[in-house]
Structures are given as structure tokens and as C-alpha cells.
Write a protein that binds this ligand. Structure first.
Ligand code: CA
Length: 318
């Protein structure tokens, strides 16, 4: 199950998930984040249509339109372009969102599947996930694990000096999820900023010329253009795709067990991920935090999956 807010790196994450035979995507649920809820729902539907095959039939559901305990805050200058996909225009969606609320639907799916069958990959503010664990507490023992893209335990934030975007957007939800007791893998800026996709890869995807590779390459070019202005490097982090890779190939990353929580009250540190790696609190670890990544292996993995599954040179699977 993928809970997302597409978003360019969410788009790449969806492309990677559907290109990974290890995963069977049961549903795509949406939450406001990179852009507002109506837009992320529309983007998710368009992306699933573009991917085609099983993606075009995957239920896409509407979730929460903003954090439950704070006023929503949307970025002043959208990182992902006005509509969230870097100016890449995809054909209008052929269907509407699946009826019902994402949170209730995830709970139903978890109950139907049974304990340990479903992994939740969360690549957006954690509003839906916290609501799920709060309103349907039985789902805590049903989830196999939650892989979260979010936080910056030891690296600087990208929304404030201390906080990463998803955790900053809904710190209470992030804290609730970290302290829920569900097995947690956290993929934050500590690793996503070390696993950059260079312009050459974006160009190679565009040059491939197939519909998904072209869209992926164009979206990545948009992100790289922005990243270059701030970080002086012709490459970009593809945060959410690394979270999907972590679910498929956890050995691409180094993991540190720690008790973690999220700062909700700090004047300058709201939304900061706090990781007790030296056991100062005496509390038992509740998460595995990614602290290292084989950047070259991730880059090769992402490119081979995208080109192998969607590229012009491959014969589509029957
Ligand atoms: Ca996202």
C-alpha cells in the first residue's frame, strides 16, 4: 500500500514500485502535501493510467486534506511546479477516485489480508497513517511494517534548518506514527541527499522515448534544475523512490536501531526527527533509521528498473 502526495519523487516512487516484481501494489492512497488534495488525487490517477497494466486498475483513494491538529501550510513556491509534476502534462485520468475514505479503506484491506501481509510505504505527511492507527487501532498488529520517507535525524532539514518537509507538515501525525509500536523503517534526508540522481540519468530517460521513461526524465530535469540552484550540483534527491527501494532492497541502506520521536513544540525545531542512537532515554528502539546508503547501487537499481520495465527497447510482458 502506498500513501503518497504526488509530487515528482512520489511519481518516480510509483514508477519504481510498479516496475518491481517483489511488490504487488494493493492500493494508492493520497494525502495533501506537496500540493492540495484534489491535485494529488488527480496526479495519482493520471500517473497510474500512464503506467498502465495493473496500475490502471489499482484503487486510488482520497485521504485527508490537511493535518488534523494544525492549519495546513502549503509551500509558497511549489518545489514540484504548479500542479506537482514539474510541468509535465499527463492525459486526463480515465476514471475517478475509488469511493470511500483512504483511511477506512486501508483498514478494510489490512483486515481482509490478515496479519503481516501488507507493508505500508508512506511518502507524504503522515496524516492518513496516524489517523489509521488512531481510529483503527487493530491495524497496528496487522501491518507488516511501515516504511516512511521523512525526517532528518542527523542531516539538516529541507523545510526548516531542523525539519524535513513531510514531518514538518504534520509533526503530530509523525510523532504518533513513530510512537505507535508498528515496525518502522525511516528513510530520511540522512540518506536521500546522499543518493542523488544526476542529470545524465534524467537525460537518458528522456532519450529512451517511451511514455513513462520520458515523463520520469522530464520530471527529474525539473527537480534537478531547482536542486542545482540551491546545492550547486546537477543532480537531485529522489526521496520517495529511495523509500520504495528500501522496501524492496533494504540491503542498499545501512540501518541504525533507535528510539525515535518527532518534536512538536519547538520554536525552531518543530517537525524535527529525534533519534536516540546512544540510548540516552533508556527507551527501547522503536524504529530502524537509515543512516547510510550505497548511492551508486541505488542509482543503478532505479535506472535498470525504470528502463527495464518501461523502456522503449523492452518487449512488454504479456
Ligand atoms: Ca512525497
Amino acid at each position: 500500500m502506498i500513501d503518497c502526495d504526488p509530487g515528482i519523487d512520489d511519481a518516480i516512487a510509483l514508477f519504481l514500485a510498479y516496475a518491481s516484481p517483489e511488490l504487488e501494489v494493493a492500493g494508492v492512497t493520497t494525502v495533501a502535501g506537496n500540493v492540495g488534495l484534489d491535485q494529488v488525487v488527480d496526479n495519482a490517477l493520471r500517473l497510474c493510467d500512464l503506467i498502465g497494466g495493473p496500475a490502471a486498475a489499482t484503487p486510488v483513494l482520497r485521504g485527508h486534506a490537511g493535518p488534523l491538529a494544525r492549519v495546513p501550510r502549503h509551500p509558497d513556491e511549489p518545489v514540484h511546479g504548479a500542479y506537482g509534476l514539474g510541468g509535465v502534462e499527463l492525459p486526463a485520468a480515465a476514471r475517478a477516485a475509488h469511493p470511500g475514505h483512504a483511511v477506512d479503506w486501508i483498514a478494510e484491506q489490512l483486515r481482509g489480508a490478515g496479519p503481516g501481509e501488507i507493508t505500508l510505504i508512506a511518502t507524504a505527511p503522515l496524516t492518513n497513517v496516524a489517523a489509521l492507527l488512531h481510529t483503527h487501532p487493530d491495524t497496528r498488529r496487522l501491518l507488516r511494517e511501515i516504511v516512511v520517507m521523512g525526517g532528518a535525524a542527523f542531516a539538516p532539514g529541507n523545510t526548516t534548518p531542523a525539519a524535513e518537509f513531510n514531518f514538518h507538515a504534520d509533526p503530530e501525525a509523525a510523532r504518533y506514527v513513530t510512537e505507535s509500536g508498528v515496525p518502522l523503517h525511516i528513510v530520511g534526508l540522512d540518506v536521500t541527499r546522499k543518493a542523488l540522481t544526476p542529470l545524465a540519468d534524467a537525460d537518458a530517460l528522456v532519450a529512451d522515448g517511451a511514455p513513462v521513461t520520458t515523463a520520469a526524465g522530464q520530471m527529474l530535469r525539473h527537480l534537478i534544475d531547482r536542486y542545482a540552484r540551491r546545492h550547486q550540483v546537477r543532480a537531485c534527491a529522489v526521496h520517495d523512490a529511495l523509500a520504495v527501494a528500501a522496501a524492496v532492497r533494504p540491503e542498499l541502506l545501512e540501518w541504525t536501531e533507535a528510539w525515535v520521536t518527532v518534536e512538536c513544540a519547538g520554536e525552531f525545531t518543530r517537525g524535527a526527527l529525534v533519534a536516540d542512537v546512544h540510548g540516552r532515554t533508556g527507551l527501547a528502539p522503536n524504529a530502524r533509521v537509515a543512516t547510510g546508503v550505497d548511492a551508486e547501487a541505488f542509482r543503478a537499481f532505479l535506472m535498470s528498473r525504470l528502463r527495464g520495465h518501461y523502456g522503449a527497447d523492452t518487449t512488454p510482458a504479456p
